[in-house]
Design a protein. Structure first.
Lengths: 212, 212
């Protein structure tokens, strides 16, 4: 049975998993979650799909998994992106946790507030606060990539997939690739891999569907 | 050689690890990080201790690990808090990731801004935004604990350690135990375990040291 991924185009967390499966040639199909109509907040979604009210959710036969970091780890035997040693495995987890806390975590709401809320409802102070925190994170990642091609080891891993995902989106949220040359080169390196696709070409749903 | 933990009393992320070792009877000693003097932001700390500029950091002989979720996983063979099956291990990781992203993640800065900044520098809009997001998280955790004693399985695991840590701190950040009866009962359950200690009794540094 083909793996199903509950996702939508604007979800960077979903993109981490979708991109990993696509790059590794794992067969999968998307199940569209209408996030912008609040589908993830409905009681049936929480009861039957994910009590945390989030995407992505992966369904593989009888197994249902949530949290992109868990799903990337589960898929590692198929994708080969889980690291080659116990030390690499721990280092990948370290960057996935950091990403959830300090990179993708704050980018999600910052990008949402700045682009997907009506202009008169932009909480400017909150957006600026996120952008300030995120500059610290971009600096850490850019410094880490100064003398390496990949976050961990000598090829793409789940650490790269987790950290890169939101950085490909075109909507402005305070991240300018030109300001971070090592991140910029690394994003180009990933995008040059055979099979790479932009999030809006890989998953259903994009802002223009909603007239944005 | 005794395990060393770079930490400070106000760090809920450090407390997750310190409490786990204490409950399991693992020998450890704290290395105080003077966070409120900016020790974690200094170049020598980033170069020699943690490029991410964060606590906790665990040193076990030649091994140095960062990110509380990685450290909890590393210690699991000694503590027994890593789950009994592969399914439990994945479920623990799911809650640790959720906690880093949606619970401990936002509590850290919300509590800092509300309690440890000068009153005239409180960014009220940002604090309120965090408190609103956190109410959604408290609701998810409270619902999850409605019919179970522990987050995963039938005893304390790293999932409980990760999620509980910030909720024991006395400084106000918008969390009131009385509003969340299942969380309240679970926090009492953990605090009743032999060896449990409050964060300020387990790690060096507390607000009163700084006249707060």
């Amino acid at each position: 049975m083909t793996i199903q991924l509950y996702c939508f185009g604007e979800s960077g967390h979903s993109y981490k998993v979708a991109l990993g499966m696509e790059l590794a040639g794992v067969a999968w199909e998307p199940v569209f979650v209408d996030f912008f109509s609040g589908a993830h907040r409905r009681e049936d979604f929480r009861a039957e799909v994910n009590e945390m009210g989030e995407c992505p959710v992966l369904v593989d036969g009888e197994l249902k998994l949530t949290q992109s970091g868990v799903i990337l780890d589960y898929l590692a035997p198929q994708t080969g992106f889980g690291g080659k040693t116990e030390e690499e495995r721990r280092d990948i987890l370290r960057w996935i946790l950091w990403d959830n806390h300090k990179l993708s975590g704050p980018i999600g709401p910052a990008r949402f507030m700045q682009n997907f809320l009506p202009v008169d409802k932009h909480p400017d102070e909150v957006i600026r606060w996120h952008q300030g925190r995120l500059r610290v994170s971009y600096k850490i990642l850019d410094a880490h990539l100064a003398d390496r091609d990949w976050i961990t080891g000598d090829s793409l891993t789940n650490a790269d997939l987790s950290c890169c995902a939101y950085l490909y989106y075109p909507e402005p949220f305070g991240f300018n690739r030109a300001d971070w040359p090592n991140i910029d080169a690394w994003l180009n390196r990933i995008a040059d891999l055979p099979g790479w696709k932009h999030p809006y070409d890989l998953m259903p749903g994009r802002p223009s569907d909603r007239g944005l």
